[in-house]
Write a protein that binds this ligand. Structure first.
Ligand code: ADP
Ligand code: MG
Length: 362
């Protein structure tokens, strides 16, 4: 099911009378293609949960519209939208077994949708199999691990075969290993069901790794959307460039003069088409090439072993980050006794931004 948001805005009144409204979602227009897994990504407080609540119908927008396919669902109550919801804290009923929890949403169907007991059990058995908890059906939630509880929550959200599945930070309560495993599970379940799924997270790596498309949000505004690699390779502004990637991108104050980027006095890169001005230059950690004659000179601090690669940690007076990190292959020897280290840069890994608007200059 294709989902369209049209100039969607949600304002909350300020906490005290004189405080201004909080604009949690600010004039968002977005088209989410049918059958894909979308990662909605942004820092805490940027409006991700509010966006999901608007989609589910739990909250009403201040203005704007929501369409599922061609249906305008803006005024439709949550129970008629056909949306499955999964939250961070599972929200299972503790006194019910896994099976009863999964069946729960089917029990209040009325009229022509009403199911017999056998039909309910069949549907529950099918989704339990899909999320691989078929051997846990008799247990109570407190006898399950966090990962298993989250699977039950996903099964419960899927049992009505929703038109859209919304997941709000579903992995946050899991330990590192389970997070990895469960995110792959979510990817598989989405592939198998083909249900349009919106996966909310503040964790860029999580979103990048499983999404067909990511939507990067800040302060209620969509900054960029696209396939994860394309957004990483071609950020539209400094916020997106900084939000994606670990270690984070290295940010420098610099200038463009006569067609070249300078950091300090050093001429780093040809920048055809960019007018002379002070700029912000950002270099991905994998964008550095160690070279005795390199264009950029940094103070060498230390070298961190990462296995396949090493991280050369260094400093520069024009760097915004305290530590600059350059990721290079562990095959390359770094002279750790040296006080400085020099790099050339890979042009496709360097992005230049306007010093005020922080938008990309090209
Ligand atoms: P996220 O899920 O990205 O962390 P939210 O959508 O929960 O962000 O919140 C976005 C903004 O809206 C925040 O500034 C938050 O404080 C505010 N907000 C969310 N819900 C309410 C509410 N019910 N009343 C007032 N402000 C709210
Ligand atoms: Mg949230």
């Amino acid at each position: 099911m294709k989902v369209t948001l049209e100039n969607l805005t949600k304002k909350f009144p300020g906490f005290q009378k004189k405080q201004p409204d909080v604009v949690a979602v600010n004039d968002v227009t977005l088209e989410i293609p049918d059958g894909k897994l979308i990662g909605l990504l942004g820092p805490s407080g940027c409006g991700k949960s509010t966006t999901l609540h608007l989609l589910s119908g739990l909250q009403k927008p201040t203005s704007g519209k929501i369409f599922f396919g061609d249906d305008d669902v803006t005024a439709l109550p949550p129970e008629h939208r056909g949306v499955g919801l999964v939250f961070q804290n599972y929200a299972l009923y503790p006194h019910l077994t896994v099976l009863q929890n999964i069946i729960f949403p089917l029990q209040n169907l009325k009229g022509k949708d009403k199911l017999t007991k056998e039909e309910m059990y069949q549907k529950a058995a099918d989704v339990a199999k899909l999320v691989q908890i078929q051997n846990l059906l008799d247990r109570k939630p407190n006898a399950l691990s966090g990962g298993q509880q989250q699977r039950v929550a996903i099964a419960r959200a899927l049992v009505k075969m929703p038109r859209i599945l919304l997941l709000d930070e579903p992995l946050s309560n899991l330990d590192a290993r389970l997070r990895l495993q469960t995110r792959e599970e979510i990817r598989r379940i989405q592939n198998e069901t083909g249900i349009t799924t919106i996966f909310v997270t503040h964790d860029q790596e999580e979103a990048m790794s499983i999404s067909d498309m990511i939507v990067v949000m800040k302060d209620g505004v969509i900054h960029q959307m696209g396939n994860p690699q394309a957004v990483y390779d071609d950020p539209v502004d400094l916020f997106v460039a900084k939000f994606l990637g670990t270690p984070p991108i290295n940010v420098f104050g610099g200038k463009v003069e006569s067609g070249y980027l300078y950091i300090g006095d050093e001429r780093i890169l040809e920048t055809p088409g960019i007018a002379d001005q002070t700029v912000i230059a950002a270099i991905r950690p994998e964008g550095f090439i160690l070279s005795d004659t390199g264009a950029l000179t940094c103070k060498l601090r230390r070298v961190e072993i990462m296995g396949r690669d090493v991280s050369v940690v260094c400093g520069h007076k024009d760097s915004e980050n305290t530590d600059i990190r350059a990721i290079i292959s562990s095959d390359i020897a770094v002279d750790t006794a040296s006080a400085t280290v020099r790099f050339d840069v890979k042009p496709e890994k360097v992005f230049i931004f306007h010093s005020q608007s922080q938008e990309r200059l090209r």
